[in-house]
Design a protein around this ligand. Structure first.
Ligand SMILES: C[S@@+](CC[C@H](N)C(=O)[O-])C[C@H]1O[C@@H](n2cnc3c(N)ncnc32)[C@H](O)[C@@H]1O
Length: 271
């Protein structure tokens, strides 16, 4: 299921319209209350309920302690910058309210965006989530992302591809894979971000969501400008996570390569 901006769409897992509370504070409040809300409003079997509740509690501990386990089970400090707890919940909300069944992310790290997208996948009864990252087993991350997914029992719907995104993304396209939501949080160099966005665009259906982290970076905002001007993407009206840029793929992009001399729209470069 995919998004059609600006509406919130139907969640097939819920067998009808997604329940969207008037006040979204439940998403950002106490963990047990959020777990209770999800269990009450989305049909899940007992196994899924346990996973969702346990994973949310595990995520809470990660942010509270800023410590995590590496692949060998040793406790290590969280040295890099995962998305914040609120951003994770924003991603969770976005994926659930849009009934995202298949998601992809670039940038696995300690596995926090991964955990939230996997929880969402369990809630909507989706088909799975894939993360691309070549550095998971490096000295830096020490397999902590994998360990977090394992400790939360989220592994059954998860696939990790160890490779640079500019190599992996075209291979996913070639294999005919499609994703309702792509989260871009890998290398933040302009060139890599553009390549990630280019393939995210190819890999999502019309109505699919492309979510950028770190919109504060000029490189990211410039890539978003290119998607708006030359790819026909529109902004999804989304204000919960200030540093996320959320875009929707629309029907507009029908560029004809035989008219390459006219099929180009200037775009502004952010500074
Ligand atoms: C900011 S972290 C991602 C944080 C993660 N999304 C989270 O919230 O927990 C950036 C990640 O991108 C990965 N990365 C850097 N360059 C990459 C590339 N070219 N392809 C795929 N991943 C890359 C790094 O290994 C790192 O794990």
């Amino acid at each position: 299921m995919t998004a059609t901006a600006p509406q919130v769409s139907v969640n097939p897992a819920a067998g009808g319209d997604t329940f969207v509370p008037e006040d979204d504070s439940v998403w950002y409040g106490e963990t047990a209350a959020l777990a209770g809300f999800l269990v009450a409003h989305y049909p899940m079997d007992e196994g899924c309920r346990r996973i969702v509740t346990g994973a949310l509690a595990h995520i809470d501990r990660f942010y509270a302690t800023r410590r995590t386990e590496n692949i060998r089970g040793e406790t290590i400090p969280v040295t890099a910058s995962p998305i914040s707890g609120d951003e994770g919940r924003a991603l969770l909300q976005l994926a659930i309210e849009n009934g995202v069944r298949r998601s992809l992310e670039i940038g696995f790290s300690f596995g926090m965006s991964t955990s939230h997208l996997l929880v969402a996948n369990h809630v909507v009864g989706g088909e799975g989530h894939t993360a691309i990252d070549p550095f998971q087993l490096s000295d830096y991350y020490q397999g902590a992302g994998l360990k977090n997914i394992y400790n939360q029992n989220l592994g059954s719907r998860f696939g990790w591809i160890a490779g640079l995104s500019n190599v992996v993304l075209p291979s996913l396209l070639e294999r005919g894979q499609r994703f309702d939501l792509v989260f871009i949080d890998g290398s933040h160099l302009f060139s890599d971000t553009f390549i990630d966005a280019y393939y995210a665009y190819q890999l999502t259906p019309v109505g699919g969501l492309i979510v950028f982290d770190d919109k504060y970076l000029a490189a990211v905002r410039t890539v978003m400008n290119i998607l708006r001007t030359n790819f026909g993407c529109v902004d999804y009206p989304y204000h919960r996570a200030k540093d996320f840029g959320v875009m929707v793929k629309t029907e507009k992009h029908r560029l004809d390569w035989t008219k390459f001399d006219t099929e180009f729209a200037p775009f502004s470069v952010a500074t």
